[in-house]
Design a protein around this ligand. Sequence first.
Ligand code: G3I
Length: 393
Amino acid sequence: MMKLSATFAVLAGFIPYALGQAQEWGQCGGIGWTGATTCVSGTTCVVVNSYYSQCQPGTATSTTSTTTTASTTPSSTAGLNTLAKAAGKLYFGSATDNPELSDSAYVTILSNSKEFGQITPGNSMKWDATEPTRGTFTFTNGDVIANLAKTNGQLLRGHNCVWHNQLPSWVSSGSFTAADLTTVIQNHCGTVVGHYKGQVYSWDVVNEPFNDDGTWRSDVFYNTLNTTYVSIALQAARAADPNAKLYINDYNIENSGAKATAMLNLVKQLIADGVPIDGVGFQCHFIVGSVPTSFQTVLEQFTALGLEVAITELDIRMTLPETDALLAQQAKDYQSVVQACMNVEKCVGITIWDYTDKYSWVPSTFSGQGAACPWDSNLTIKPAYNGIVAALS
Ligand code: G3I
């Protein structure tokens, strides 16, 4: 399937330039588009929005795109969420974080439910933010984001209950018996998920349980409770909010390999044991020019088990400085990743890990890399936006 698609993509990328015409379903115009603006016979260049025109089957023989609007205001488009929902997905969303919410231009775009029908708090529902000392919970920042979602009519993803990172030291450096840590996890997940009961579409209950070689990550949870911490957390979350979809979320499981297999085996075991598990989140922190080739196949392996899947933290970084060639490749990469989700019915939605380079986590983590988001640091859309639109349309 993927090989055929790849072959078609190569051909589709070659023929239009050879003939000067875009193929059926190919892009034929839009702001920033530099490729063919006429369509092959039997198709018509239809303006989907200011950023994307497409050759759709129709009567005209060879129509020139009329998309010349110079506006770069994202809200003038149909919007990513509108397109995703029209295509049968539940949402297209973005992560956000409390410090960014003082930037009104940023919030205006984030709150545009045509673009984003879902938000995820990037930090403020994590353990260090919600239970900094044992038994003392603070929900102030998480509530701000939950309320923003409510005001905007957006779905909320909860992120996260149990993760090796961003733990307060009383957890990460604590010395617990198995029984004590079980109580700690039950209390934490139960209280946090319970606080947001009825407000959250899905929770990343367990985040990043595996090393890249598919072995279990060594942390206080695994070292004290072995693999049982996963079911302890999931059961506590289910009891606290029976209607929230419960996910395990990880990165580098998007290609076939040891880590994807480990995740597959884990969820098979959870299902066999009757542990509540509804979905698997694929973070999708990728690099321009190296997006996975077996992503759709992997997604289908999980949905075949009866689970839903979602792209939960998508961004595609590059080595700086940006060039036109890198931005064009990034657009193709965004398109192919989103297309994989589009091709899988039970891939319910796509979340980008913040929509703008202005607030991306990438530059502070990967020195010399960045420009990973579909909007640049001036909050202007990039070619990557067109790539997403192309997949959603
Ligand atoms: O909380 C402190 C604050 O007290 C201090 O003033 C400030 C000064 O820099 O730092 C704050 O902590 C930072 C925290 O974000 C909150 O802003 C940390 O230094 C910083 O490392 C942390 O980064 C977050 C990162 O997770 C931590 O691993 C990113 O914002 C967040 O986007 C990122 O998100 C993760 C997902 O949760 C899981 N998947 C990978 C993804 C990217 O790393």
